[in-house]
Design a protein around this ligand. Structure first.
Ligand code: 7TS
Length: 406
């Protein structure tokens, strides 16, 4: 992979921040966008902008073809059987809420169990808390091992015949843990439960094949995979999506509307009420073309080498505490001595280095780690060993700075 050539396709990276060349290490929050995605959005608004699925005029047909073409690209990217199983949503959060609300409230009742883990992002905790409260179901947690992984033994011990839904992140946005979601789906199915995978940190960084995983639902966001904000995807097995009720009602999703009742369009449109996220979907399609051209395997390998190098370099810093397992995705969460992570991020920002500090929308996990917040450096295809070296130098400066103060 020619990272230099890749970097030249991301105009935002070519700038100085606070007098130093930008080092962007916050791709787990949102990735940067290549020129081809920016151009796809620009072309759409300059040349094709129109509403979809209604007009017979030429712009309307072009916009519809591009929007539905993007759906086909998503289908191919995650190897779903049919584009009818690809529902465009606002992001991972909306996709998970759709399942928790629609599937959860129709299929759960008192005595049933929902199984998740304490490492989940708030987006994969709160929807299930709400569904549990509304239906009388019980929320259960698979415990974490000391290194921030889960064991299949614990999975088997937690999922029972009462379990109706298992929801789990593919990759942790804090620990970098890669969860064995295929094995967990298989255990869930043995008990008649369905399995939802929160793929927000999965799809952007590794080849995902939903048929191979055999998960029932898979949710992800376009903005973490070089696409625009405001677009995401819910994949679902067809028989489940067919039986689910829509959660948003109005234009676009209807077949016939009578005074007192109405009927819905077929999949996937029954879940896409209102004018859809046309530009966002087209931008996501361009992002998928870009990632496919670079190659997911190449991206995964690049990140894997980079994270190993970063772990090795960061460990040379005295007083650094790194969270998460050795085998991990391309991100490192850490704390530096007694320096508050917000202070660390502020000093790094003064050096032009962007990292995230805070609870990373994972408060239960922060409590499990026994910290209030952490700093996080997350990598993507455009990051380099020089970025890691700048991070290490910035952290040494942070230590020196706070060492002088206290
Ligand atoms: N699930 C995981 C695992 C995530 O990392 C995120 C966002 C979400 C769900 C929610 O995605 P959204 O696009 O619907 O907001 N994670 C992060 C993060 O780690 N830092 O900022 C956002």
């Amino acid at each position: 992979m020619d990272v230099k050539a890749i970097r030249s396709l991301f105009p935002i990276l070519d700038q100085e921040v606070n007098g130093s060349p930008l080092v962007y290490l916050d791709s787990s929050a949102t990735s940067q966008k290549p020129l081809s995605v920016i151009k796809a959005l620009d072309d759409y608004y300059r040349l094709d902008n129109s509403n979809v699925h209604r007009g017979v005029h030429t712009l309307g047909t072009r916009a519809t073809d591009k929007y539905e073409g993007a759906r086909e690209k998503v289908r191919g990217f995650i190897n779903a059987e049919s584009e009818k199983q690809i529902i465009f949503s606002r992001g991972t959060t909306t996709a998970i809420n759709t399942v928790a609300y629609s599937y959860g409230r129709s299929n759960l009742s008192e005595g049933d169990e929902i199984v998740i883990t304490p490492m989940e992002h708030h987006s994969n905790i709160i929807p299930w808390q709400q569904t549990a409260k509304a239906t009388g179901a019980t929320l259960k947690y698979i415990p974490l091992q000391d290194d921030g992984t889960i064991s299949l033994e614990d999975v088997r011990a937690t999922i029972t015949d009462k379990t109706k839904i298992v929801a789990m992140m593919h990759v942790s946005n804090v620990l970098g843990t890669i969860n064995p979601v295929k094995d967990v789906a298989s255990i869930a199915h043995k008990h008649g439960a369905v399995m939802l995978v929160d793929g927000a940190q999965g799809v952007p960084h590794m080849r995902v094949d939903v048929q191979d995983l055999d998960c029932d639902f898979y949710a992800f966001s376009g903005h973490k995979m070089c696409g625009p904000t405001g677009i995401g995807v819910l994949y679902g097995k067809r028989h489940l999506l067919e039986e689910m009720e829509p959660v948003e009602f109005g234009g676009e999703m209807i077949d016939f509307v009578n005074l007192y009742d109405s009927t819905w369009k077929e999949l996937p449109w029954k879940f896409e009420g209102g004018t859809p996220i046309i530009a966002g979907a087209i931008g996501l399609g361009a992002a998928i073309d870009f990632l496919t051209e670079v190659g997911l395997e190449e991206i995964e390998e690049h990140e894997s080498k980079l994270v190993s190098y970063a772990l090795q370099q960061l460990r040379t810093i005295d007083g650094i505490k790194i969270f998460g397992p050795e085998k991990r995705a391309g991100l490192i969460t850490f704390n530096l001595d007694d320096v508050h992570p917000h202070d660390t991020a502020t000093v790094l920002d003064a050096e032009g280095i962007a990292v995230r500090a805070g609870h990373h929308c994972a408060q239960p996990l922060m409590r499990w780690l026994d910290v209030t917040a952490t700093a996080r450096a997350s990598f993507y295809l455009y990051n380099t060993e020089e970025d890691v070296d700048r991070l290490v130098a910035g952290l040494i400066k942070t230590k020196e700075y706070f060492g002088d103060v206290f």
